[in-house]
Design a protein around this ligand. Structure first.
Ligand code: HEC
Length: 191
């Protein structure tokens, strides 16, 4: 009887330790993912701001995004460890060839949209999901007035023309402030 109780207690203690370890591991992966998300988000934001400052119409910034967003994303990815990657995607896509969303991306983004509608959303809601040997970390991107220059309803004719030329299937117009524009996703493989 005594040995049985002891055994049970040992098992319980081990399980508790294992779930503590899992929680610590999960937090570590989340923090690592956030670091990569900030690398990509920061790099894009720095360029966007500099171009917007130099040309207030936003045309130069739109040209930058259209011609350099993909290569800048590749550059950031080259700096990451082999087991990691970072990308952007959206439900309403502008660049559907480089930034497609898979089913899990869509599920997570729909959850954000539902939270925004229910007014329970907070931009700090970073989601962490593990599928197979990969953990994904999602950060929501909410439209601010600056985004609307190229994603809103009163985009200038010059920017509109440029966007139509580069992205004939563009679905990323007519956003309002405070909507989910998309997500940045970091993917971290077990290593
Ligand atoms: C100066 C124009 C411009 C502004 C301002 C702008 N974007 Fe974009 N955005 C673009 C272009 C062009 C693309 C397509 C880039 C590419 O080929 O990856 C894009 C793509 C994206 C994507 C990738 C998903 C997709 O649809 O292909 C996200 C997410 C995004 N923008 C979010 C934002 C957010 C959030 C803001 C405001 C902070 C913003 N954008 C401001 C022009 C702009």
């Amino acid at each position: 009887m005594k040995t049985k109780t002891l055994l049970l207690l040992t098992i319980l203690a081990n399980t508790a330790m294992a779930s503590d370890m899992n929680a610590t591991e999960a937090l570590k992966i989340k923090q690592e993912g956030i670091k990569y998300i900030k690398m990509l988000g920061g790099a894009l934001k720095t360029e966007l701001k500099a171009h917007m400052k130099a040309d207030k119409t936003g045309l130069s910034a739109a040209g930058f995004c259209a011609s350099k967003a993909t290569s800048l994303t590749e550059e950031v990815n080259k700096k990451l460890p082999k087991y990691a990657k970072v990308r952007r995607t959206a439900l309403k896509l502008r660049n559907n060839s480089t930034n497609p969303a898979d089913d899990l991306d869509k599920k997570i983004m729909n959850e954000y949209v539902a939270a925004i509608e229910a007014k329970t959303f907070t931009p700090k809601d970073i989601k962490e999901v593990t599928i197979g040997d990969t953990t994904r970390v999602y950060k929501p991107l909410i439209t601010t007035p600056i985004c609307l220059k190229c994603h809103g309803s009163s985009v200038s004719p010059e920017i509109k023309k440029l966007i139509k030329e580069v992205y004939p299937n563009d679905k990323a117009m007519h956003f309002k402030e405070g909507e989910l524009r998309g997500v940045i996703v970091a993917e971290i493989k077990k290593h």
